[in-house]
Every structure is written in C-alpha cells, then in structure tokens.
Write a protein that binds this ligand. Sequence first.
Ligand SMILES: [Zn+2]
Length: 88
Amino acid sequence: MRAIILESVLTCPHCNFAKQEAMPTDACQFFYECGNCRTLPRPNPGDCCVLCSFGSMKCPPIQERRGCCGIGMDAPPHLGKPIFWGEI
Ligand SMILES: [Zn+2]
C-alpha cells in the first residue's frame, strides 16, 4: 500500500497566506477558511475540494486513486455537512 501524505500546505487564493494543515482521510474538504483574511475560498472548477485546488498535495482519496467524493464515484458530490478546518 502506498503511503498517503496527510499534510498539505494550503495557500489562500485571496491573500496568498500559506499554512500547513492536516488532511482528513475520509472526507472532502470543500471549504477552507483562511486563517488570515477569513475568506472561504471554493474549489476551482473541476477540482473536488480545496485541497486539490489550493494545497501542495492532492487530497488523500485522489492520492489513493479511488476518486474523491465528487469524482469517479457514484456518490453525489459533497452531500452532508461541509467540513471546516478546525473541526478535524
Ligand atoms: Zn486569505
């Protein structure tokens, strides 16, 4: 089994504030509240989550090539409660 990297440096697209964060292994990170400017960047079109859009690493489900919850799977994307940093 390949090692999955669970740390990612997220860079805010609004103010370029970068911060290392731990990534959840079993959920998508659809919202990200920047610790600096407090905006909530959305993922870029075609990306499943903010980790893939703004992080230095793709999210763990993508690293495992099983698809994120919105891509390549039958499950509809991002149902359920959005996860914010700090709740992990
Ligand atoms: Zn910011």
